[in-house]
Design a protein around this ligand. Structure first.
Ligand SMILES: Nc1ncnc2c1ncn2[C@@H]1O[C@H](COP(=O)(O)OP(=O)(O)OP(=O)(O)O)[C@@H](O)[C@H]1O
Length: 260
């Protein structure tokens, strides 16, 4: 369903960005040859520290930015040549997409439903279902700016799923959420998986990845340094939990850098 092949993304940096990143070159290779596949009914996790390249990878898959090299296919659609078809088939959740605080959940959901060409009945049926699941119903007419962080995040998820897409790409979906709200989100992703959806999530929260993902890839400095099921990763790294596995790979990668 999703096929990422040798993806590279190079950003051009402004002088200000060069200074911030402490770089002499005006380019930054954010993603450096990443490949992975995700099948129907599977949840794939991209794990990594800040700045590893997770968001960049997901933005390339979601057609928001163009890869510098490599190719990405969603079903049989190419993210560059068939970007419109890709967009119809995916849901992309990112922290950068802020909901307008002036509007209500009700209005926002309907607005996005119409953007996807859905009719009133389709929108209403989806709204009842998703608002009920995420506990939004009683807040549906409250201004978004007055909602709690958790409620805003749940609304973002509901809105991103309005068109019931087959492919779901969620960037840090549980970031900033309390343990109860995070569980609601994790459980919903498990439910979507059972429905046969194809899902990619990025996270730096190891417990979320361990519980949720069928397979995962750990990204450090733009490269996937290991991938597989949790069991395979623990076996390959000779560790007992994902956090230990991550730290052993992280230290190895930093040592490698020093020796270069
Ligand atoms: N628009 C941009 N222009 C220049 N550099 C960028 C841009 N976006 C990201 N970067 C850089 O690319 C690298 C990868 O960033 P990215 O946001 O993909 O990482 P991430 O793994 O998602 O991290 P985080 O968890 O902090 O969001 C970082 O060094 C970042 O500073």
């Amino acid at each position: 369903m999703i096929n990422v092949n040798n993806l590279e993304k190079v950003y051009k940096l402004s002088k200000k960005q060069m200074k911030k990143e402490k770089l002499n070159l005006n380019i930054k290779k954010a993603v450096n040859g990443i490949s992975f596949n995700v099948g129907k009914g599977e949840i794939y996790g991209l794990l990594g520290p800040n700045g590893a390249g997770k968001t960049t990878t997901l933005r390339c898959i979601s057609t928001l930015i163009k890869p510098t090299n490599g190719n990405i296919k969603i079903r049989d659609f190419d993210v560059i040549d068939d970007s419109r078809d890709v967009r119809k088939n995916i849901s992309f959740l990112t922290n950068e997409l802020k909901l307008d605080g002036f509007f209500t959940p009700n209005y926002t959901f309907e607005y996005f439903g119409k953007l996807y060409g859905m009719d009133d009945k389709q929108i209403n049926d989806r709204k009842i279902k998703l608002f009920h699941y995420f506990g939004i119903t009683e807040f549906k007419d409250v201004k978004i700016s007055d909602l709690s962080t958790g409620m805003k995040q749940k609304l973002s998820i509901a809105v991103s799923l309005v068109h019931d897409p087959e492919i779901i790409i969620f960037d840090e979906p549980t970031n900033g959420l309390d343990i109860v709200t995070a569980k609601v989100v994790v459980d919903y992703l498990k439910y979507l998986k059972k429905q046969g959806k194809t899902i990619i999530v990025s996270t730096h929260i190891m417990s979320v990845a361990s519980k949720l993902c069928d397979r995962m890839g750990i990204i450090i400095d733009g490269r996937i340094v290991i991938d597989g099921t949790l069991k395979e990763i623990l076996l390959k790294t000779n560790t007992e939990d994902l956090e230990d596995a991550f730290f052993s790979l992280y230290l190895k990668s930093k040592e490698g850098e020093k020796n270069e």
